[in-house]
Design a protein around this ligand. Structure first.
Ligand code: SAH
Length: 255
C-alpha cells in the first residue's frame, strides 16, 4: 500500500470518530487546570495535530475569550471541526490551519498556550518541543501528551513493538528531563487512564471497522487488522505504557 492510499484510508476510518487518539474530556480539563491560566483572559492558543477537534472543543468552552488555531495535516478532519465549531457557536474564535506541525506559519512569541494530544510523536517529542518552543511567549505554556513507559522494565513483546514503532518511547522521568533540557519547567504530569484508550478510542474505532472494510476491501482489511492488533497489545500491556500528559512552562531566556 502506498502512503497516499494509507493516509486516505486512515482519514476515512477516523474522520467519524469523536477523537483520533487516546484521551478524554476530563483529562483535557485536568491538564488545563495544571496550566493555572486565567480562563477569562484573551489567550492565544494553538492545538497542534487537532484531528476533528476533541480537545479544541474542550478548550474553546473552558477558555471563553481565547482565540484558537486548530492545526492538522488533513483538511477532512478540519472540515468536521469547523462544522462542530459553527454548531457550538464559537466558530469566530476557532480558526483552522492545514499545515505540517514541522513548519508552522505562526509568528515567534505569539502564543500563550500550545496544546497537542496524541500527535507530537509524528515529529518526535524532543524535535517537536524544540520546534514549537519559539512560538510561545516568555513563560507561555505547553500541554502535550506523549507515549510513555509506566515502568522501567516493560515486557519484552511490548518493548520490541515500541522499539519498532516509536523508539523515543521513554519513562516520564526521561521525558521530563527532555522537557527541561529543551527549556521548559514542569508544571504537572499524569498518565492517561485505560478508559481514555479503550472506551474513548479503541472501542468506538472497532465498531466502525466492519463497515470500513466493506467500503474499501483488501487494503482496508490490512489496516483493520493492524488496528485490532494495536488494541489487543494495549489491552495486554496497559500497565506498561500509556500516554503521559506533560504540562510545562517556557523558561525565560534562550530563543
Ligand atoms: N489531537 C487529536 C488527534 C490525535 S491523532 C485527538 O486527540 O483526537 C494525531 C493527529 O495528528 C491526526 O489528526 C493527524 O492527522 C495529525 N498529524 C499527523 N502528522 C501531522 C503533521 N505532520 N502535521 C500536522 N498534523 C499531523
Amino acid at each position: 500500500m502506498d502512503d497516499a492510499t494509507l493516509f486516505a484510508l486512515l482519514v476515512d476510518l477516523h474522520r467519524d470518530g469523536a477523537r483520533q487518539g487516546p484521551g478524554g474530556k476530563s483529562e483535557t480539563l485536568q491538564a488545563l487546570e495544571l496550566c493555572r491560566l486565567d480562563a477569562a483572559a484573551a489567550l492565544r492558543v494553538a492545538d497542534i495535530g487537532c484531528g476533528t477537534g476533541a480537545s479544541t472543543q474542550v478548550l474553546a468552552q473552558a477558555l471563553p475569550q481565547s482565540q484558537i488555531t486548530a492545526i492538522d495535516l488533513f483538511a477532512d478532519f478540519l472540515l468536521v471541526l469547523e462544522k462542530q465549531a459553527a454548531e457550538a457557536g464559537y466558530a469566530h474564535r476557532v480558526k483552522t490551519l492545514q499545515a505540517s506541525m514541522e513548519a508552522l506559519p505562526i509568528a515567534a512569541g505569539s502564543l500563550d498556550l500550545i496544546w497537542s494530544e496524541g500527535a507530537i510523536y509524528n515529529m518526535g517529542f524532543e524535535q517537536g518541543l524544540r520546534c514549537w518552543r519559539p512560538l510561545l511567549r516568555e513563560r507561555g505554556l505547553i500541554a502535550v501528551s506523549e507515549i510513555t513507559w509506566l515502568r522501567p522494565d516493560p515486557a519484552m513483546e511490548i518493548r520490541d513493538h515500541w522499539q519498532a514503532e516509536y523508539p523515543q518511547i521513554a519513562t516520564a522521568a526521561e521525558k521530563i528531563a527532555t522537557l527541561e533540557a529543551v527549556g521548559f519547567d514542569l508544571r504537572g504530569y499524569f498518565p492517561l487512564p485505560p478508559r481514555c484508550w479503550i472506551d474513548n478510542y479503541y472501542a468506538p474505532a472497532a465498531s466502525r471497522l466492519a463497515d470500513f472494510v466493506a467500503r474499501h476491501g483488501v487494503d482496508a482489511e490490512e489496516l483493520a487488522q493492524w488496528e485490532r492488533q494495536e488494541a489487543a497489545l494495549y489491552r495486554r500491556y496497559q500497565d506498561d505504557f500509556s500516554y503521559g500528559f506533560y504540562i510545562a512552562q517556557k523558561r525565560s531566556g534562550g530563543t
